[in-house]
Ligand binder design. Sequence first.
Ligand SMILES: CC(C)(COP(=O)(O)OP(=O)(O)OC[C@H]1O[C@@H](n2cnc3c(N)ncnc32)[C@H](O)[C@@H]1OP(=O)(O)O)[C@@H](O)C(=O)NCCC(=O)NCCS
Length: 153
Amino acid sequence: MMSTNALVSILPASVFDLSSLRKLEKLCFPVDAWPLLDMIGALTFPNIVRYKAVTIQGEMVGFIAGEIKLGREMGWIATVCVHPDFRRNGIARALMLKAEHEMGQPRVRLTVRESNEGAIRMYEESGYVRVDRWRAYYNGGEDGVVMEKVLNL
Ligand SMILES: CC(C)(COP(=O)(O)OP(=O)(O)OC[C@H]1O[C@@H](n2cnc3c(N)ncnc32)[C@H](O)[C@@H]1OP(=O)(O)O)[C@@H](O)C(=O)NCCC(=O)NCCS
Protein backbone atom coordinates (compact mmCIF):
# COMPACT_ATOMS: atom_id res chain seq x y z
CA MET A 1 0.00 0.00 0.00
CA MET A 2 1.28 3.45 -0.90
CA SER A 3 1.06 6.07 1.79
CA THR A 4 -1.73 8.62 1.31
CA ASN A 5 0.83 11.42 1.16
CA ALA A 6 2.58 9.83 -1.81
CA LEU A 7 -0.68 9.03 -3.61
CA VAL A 8 -2.69 12.23 -3.22
CA SER A 9 -2.62 15.73 -1.82
CA ILE A 10 -5.41 16.98 0.43
CA LEU A 11 -6.36 20.47 -0.75
CA PRO A 12 -9.21 22.93 -0.12
CA ALA A 13 -12.06 22.46 -2.60
CA SER A 14 -14.03 25.29 -4.21
CA VAL A 15 -16.86 25.88 -6.64
CA PHE A 16 -14.37 25.32 -9.47
CA ASP A 17 -14.44 21.63 -8.47
CA LEU A 18 -18.16 21.30 -9.17
CA SER A 19 -17.93 19.20 -12.34
CA SER A 20 -15.29 16.85 -10.84
CA LEU A 21 -17.42 16.51 -7.73
CA ARG A 22 -20.52 15.61 -9.75
CA LYS A 23 -18.60 12.82 -11.50
CA LEU A 24 -17.11 11.52 -8.25
CA GLU A 25 -20.43 11.60 -6.38
CA LYS A 26 -22.10 9.65 -9.19
CA LEU A 27 -19.44 6.95 -8.94
CA CYS A 28 -19.59 6.82 -5.15
CA PHE A 29 -23.32 7.20 -4.51
CA PRO A 30 -25.37 5.48 -7.21
CA VAL A 31 -28.43 5.69 -4.90
CA ASP A 32 -27.90 8.74 -2.68
CA ALA A 33 -26.22 11.18 -5.10
CA TRP A 34 -26.70 14.77 -4.00
CA PRO A 35 -28.94 17.17 -5.89
CA LEU A 36 -26.89 19.77 -7.81
CA LEU A 37 -27.96 22.61 -5.52
CA ASP A 38 -26.75 20.76 -2.41
CA MET A 39 -23.40 20.24 -4.09
CA ILE A 40 -23.11 23.92 -4.94
CA GLY A 41 -24.03 24.69 -1.32
CA ALA A 42 -21.36 22.30 -0.01
CA LEU A 43 -18.77 24.07 -2.15
CA THR A 44 -19.81 27.63 -1.24
CA PHE A 45 -21.62 28.03 2.11
CA PRO A 46 -19.47 29.84 4.69
CA ASN A 47 -20.07 27.44 7.62
CA ILE A 48 -18.81 24.43 5.66
CA VAL A 49 -15.27 23.10 5.32
CA ARG A 50 -14.54 21.18 2.13
CA TYR A 51 -11.45 19.30 1.01
CA LYS A 52 -10.49 17.23 -1.99
CA ALA A 53 -7.92 14.49 -2.50
CA VAL A 54 -6.06 15.13 -5.77
CA THR A 55 -3.62 12.84 -7.59
CA ILE A 56 -0.34 14.11 -8.98
CA GLN A 57 -2.09 14.17 -12.39
CA GLY A 58 -4.63 16.58 -10.96
CA GLU A 59 -7.57 14.15 -10.81
CA MET A 60 -9.96 14.59 -7.89
CA VAL A 61 -10.37 11.16 -6.31
CA GLY A 62 -11.78 12.05 -2.90
CA PHE A 63 -13.99 14.67 -1.29
CA ILE A 64 -15.29 15.60 2.14
CA ALA A 65 -17.64 18.31 3.38
CA GLY A 66 -18.16 19.10 7.05
CA GLU A 67 -20.68 21.57 8.43
CA ILE A 68 -20.01 23.60 11.55
CA LYS A 69 -23.23 23.64 13.60
CA LEU A 70 -22.80 27.04 15.17
CA GLY A 71 -24.14 27.30 18.70
CA ARG A 72 -24.11 23.53 19.15
CA GLU A 73 -20.34 23.12 19.35
CA MET A 74 -20.60 20.35 16.82
CA GLY A 75 -19.22 19.45 13.44
CA TRP A 76 -21.26 17.37 11.03
CA ILE A 77 -19.69 15.31 8.23
CA ALA A 78 -22.14 15.86 5.37
CA THR A 79 -20.41 13.63 2.84
CA VAL A 80 -17.19 11.71 2.32
CA CYS A 81 -16.33 9.73 -0.79
CA VAL A 82 -13.31 8.17 -2.47
CA HIS A 83 -13.04 6.98 -6.09
CA PRO A 84 -13.44 3.16 -6.22
CA ASP A 85 -9.98 2.71 -7.82
CA PHE A 86 -8.31 4.57 -4.94
CA ARG A 87 -9.98 2.99 -1.92
CA ARG A 88 -8.19 1.30 1.01
CA ASN A 89 -5.25 3.67 0.86
CA GLY A 90 -6.20 5.76 3.89
CA ILE A 91 -7.59 8.63 1.79
CA ALA A 92 -10.96 8.80 3.58
CA ARG A 93 -9.24 8.68 6.95
CA ALA A 94 -6.92 11.54 5.93
CA LEU A 95 -9.92 13.58 4.69
CA MET A 96 -11.76 12.94 7.98
CA LEU A 97 -8.79 14.13 10.06
CA LYS A 98 -8.45 17.27 7.96
CA ALA A 99 -12.16 18.14 8.16
CA GLU A 100 -12.33 17.43 11.92
CA HIS A 101 -9.33 19.66 12.52
CA GLU A 102 -10.58 22.51 10.35
CA MET A 103 -14.10 22.46 11.85
CA GLY A 104 -12.44 22.84 15.25
CA GLN A 105 -15.47 21.58 17.19
CA PRO A 106 -15.30 19.34 20.29
CA ARG A 107 -17.71 16.77 18.83
CA VAL A 108 -18.29 15.57 15.28
CA ARG A 109 -21.29 13.55 14.13
CA LEU A 110 -22.53 11.91 10.93
CA THR A 111 -25.13 9.48 9.68
CA VAL A 112 -24.55 6.39 7.58
CA ARG A 113 -26.77 3.68 6.08
CA GLU A 114 -26.78 0.75 8.44
CA SER A 115 -25.89 -1.58 5.55
CA ASN A 116 -22.78 0.46 4.64
CA GLU A 117 -20.40 -1.75 6.59
CA GLY A 118 -17.26 -0.46 4.85
CA ALA A 119 -18.01 3.15 5.77
CA ILE A 120 -19.03 2.21 9.33
CA ARG A 121 -15.73 0.37 9.69
CA MET A 122 -13.81 3.38 8.38
CA TYR A 123 -15.64 5.65 10.86
CA GLU A 124 -14.92 3.28 13.74
CA GLU A 125 -11.26 3.19 12.70
CA SER A 126 -11.38 7.01 12.75
CA GLY A 127 -12.66 7.03 16.35
CA TYR A 128 -16.44 7.26 15.90
CA VAL A 129 -18.97 5.32 17.99
CA ARG A 130 -22.68 4.68 17.42
CA VAL A 131 -24.84 7.07 19.43
CA ASP A 132 -28.29 6.92 17.80
CA ARG A 133 -30.42 5.41 15.07
CA TRP A 134 -32.80 7.35 12.84
CA ARG A 135 -35.66 5.19 11.59
CA ALA A 136 -36.20 5.14 7.80
CA TYR A 137 -33.87 8.10 7.30
CA TYR A 138 -32.71 7.11 3.82
CA ASN A 139 -34.40 6.70 0.43
CA GLY A 140 -35.95 3.25 0.39
CA GLY A 141 -36.64 3.31 4.12
CA GLU A 142 -33.27 2.21 5.46
CA ASP A 143 -32.31 3.31 8.98
CA GLY A 144 -29.50 5.81 9.53
CA VAL A 145 -26.86 5.05 12.12
CA VAL A 146 -25.69 8.22 13.89
CA MET A 147 -22.04 8.15 14.92
CA GLU A 148 -19.98 10.55 17.02
CA LYS A 149 -16.37 11.32 17.76
CA VAL A 150 -15.30 13.37 20.74
CA LEU A 151 -12.13 15.31 20.04
CA ASN A 152 -9.50 16.34 22.51
CA LEU A 153 -9.08 19.96 21.44
C1 LIG B 1 -16.35 4.66 2.71
C2 LIG B 1 -15.21 5.21 1.87
C3 LIG B 1 -15.27 6.75 1.91
C4 LIG B 1 -13.87 4.75 2.45
O1 LIG B 1 -12.81 5.36 1.73
P1 LIG B 1 -11.32 4.76 1.75
O2 LIG B 1 -10.39 5.83 1.29
O3 LIG B 1 -11.27 3.47 1.04
O4 LIG B 1 -11.10 4.47 3.31
P2 LIG B 1 -9.69 4.30 4.06
O5 LIG B 1 -8.70 3.69 3.11
O6 LIG B 1 -9.31 5.60 4.70
O7 LIG B 1 -10.08 3.23 5.17
C5 LIG B 1 -9.56 3.30 6.49
C6 LIG B 1 -9.93 2.02 7.20
O8 LIG B 1 -11.36 1.90 7.26
C7 LIG B 1 -11.74 0.50 7.06
N1 LIG B 1 -12.43 0.35 5.78
C8 LIG B 1 -12.55 1.23 4.77
N2 LIG B 1 -13.30 0.73 3.77
C9 LIG B 1 -13.66 -0.52 4.15
C10 LIG B 1 -14.44 -1.54 3.55
N3 LIG B 1 -15.00 -1.39 2.34
N4 LIG B 1 -14.61 -2.70 4.24
C11 LIG B 1 -14.07 -2.87 5.46
N5 LIG B 1 -13.31 -1.93 6.09
C12 LIG B 1 -13.12 -0.77 5.44
C13 LIG B 1 -10.43 -0.27 7.05
O9 LIG B 1 -10.13 -0.58 8.41
C14 LIG B 1 -9.46 0.76 6.52
O10 LIG B 1 -8.12 0.48 6.88
P3 LIG B 1 -7.30 -0.64 6.04
O11 LIG B 1 -7.51 -0.36 4.58
O12 LIG B 1 -5.88 -0.40 6.48
O13 LIG B 1 -7.85 -1.96 6.46
C15 LIG B 1 -15.31 4.71 0.39
O14 LIG B 1 -15.43 3.31 0.39
C16 LIG B 1 -16.46 5.32 -0.38
O15 LIG B 1 -16.35 6.39 -0.98
N6 LIG B 1 -17.62 4.62 -0.39
C17 LIG B 1 -18.79 5.10 -1.10
C18 LIG B 1 -19.33 6.35 -0.47
C19 LIG B 1 -19.73 6.14 0.98
O16 LIG B 1 -20.29 5.12 1.34
N7 LIG B 1 -19.43 7.17 1.83
C20 LIG B 1 -19.84 7.17 3.21
C21 LIG B 1 -21.30 7.47 3.24
S1 LIG B 1 -21.87 8.06 4.77
